[in-house]
Design a protein around this ligand. Structure first.
Ligand SMILES: [Mn+2]
Length: 288
């Protein structure tokens, strides 16, 4: 094991455009983000003036994991688990950018292996434990947590718009949930609990499903749900969760075919760079 100050210095940004069994089109989102991320890193390299990007640009390695052949799809799950595990094993900070939310299942499975002191702060409009009559029992992007080997890691959801599932059922899978409607009235209980749980955890992972945003701010999702979080509320939650114990962030459900003037793309690229700065810039020089 590396010492803490040596660990998680490098970032592996992995782009895995998986979008079977729901939100077809979100795979193109992972590809587009890979292009934009690559361009951002290339621009940093070409810039001659010292910019804030110098804090992270030599520490970030990106890799695209194409899904092109039948064989790629046959082994998608095993391959993704292997990749996530190898990044965590090497104690690198993990950016896992995938298509639909099901593409985050390997991330949960590998995080679950780290034990109960590892926390997941999930930003998602849905609680992906759907078992209702019109839902498939087969693995899908709406029920993948049911297929994750139990016990799940402790999960705190912020931003759900769930109106059907009963609280006792939800409690079997989630440590806590803070619906967007509660956050709208008073965000303080959610921020307090996220801050407290993150401070007590050994490691923290963030799982950002883009449908957590209100569609007014982020139109590019396959299943937009109204009354979502604003980008400002998302920033406040990320801030509450943040510390140097955050060692991985997943992004999913960006469907660029539904974007408006690249509004959603710009939101994600900004957020990716913001998180890298948060991770790498010395705190005393940071202005946001
Ligand atoms: Mn969702």
């Amino acid at each position: 094991m590396l010492q803490h100050d040596e660990a998680f210095v490098e970032t592996s940004a992995l782009f895995f455009p998986f979008d079977l069994f729901g939100s077809a089109g979100a795979g193109a989102g992972a590809d587009l983000l890979a292009d934009a991320f690559h361009e951002m890193l290339a621009d940093n390299k070409h810039e001659r003036k010292a910019t804030r990007a110098r804090s992270y640009d030599s520490s970030v390695r990106m890799r695209r994991l194409p899904l092109e052949t039948l064989r790629d799809y046959q082994h998608w799950h095993k391959r993704a688990c292997h990749l996530v595990r190898s990044v965590l094993h090497k104690e690198r900070f993990l950016l896992w950018v995938t298509g639909n939310h099901l593409g985050v299942l390997p991330f949960y499975e590998e995080v679950a292996r780290l034990g109960p002191k590892t926390l997941v702060v999930q930003l998602d409009a849905h609680l992906d434990i759907y078992n209702l009559s019109d839902c498939t029992d087969e693995l899908s992007h709406g029920n993948f947590l049911l297929h994750c080997p139990q016990p799940l890691p402790p999960i705190i959801n912020c931003g759900t718009r769930e109106l059907l599932l009963r609280p006792d059922y939800i409690r079997e899978y989630y440590q806590a949930t803070f619906p967007a409607s509660e956050i709208a009235v008073d965000p303080r209980p959610a921020l307090r609990q996220v801050r407290r749980a993150s401070a007590a955890a050994e490691r923290v992972f963030l799982d950002i499903d883009c449908d957590v945003f209100d569609p007014a701010y982020f139109p590019a999702v396959t299943h937009p749900l109204p009354f979502g979080l604003s980008p400002h509320q998302v920033l406040a939650i990320l801030d509450a969760a943040w510390s140097d114990r955050v060692v991985g962030v997943a992004f999913s459900e960006f469907d660029p075919g539904r974007d408006r003037n690249d509004q959603s793309l710009a939101t994600l690229v900004w957020l990716l760079e913001y998180l890298l700065l948060k991770r790498y810039e010395p705190a005393h020089t940071r202005k946001n």
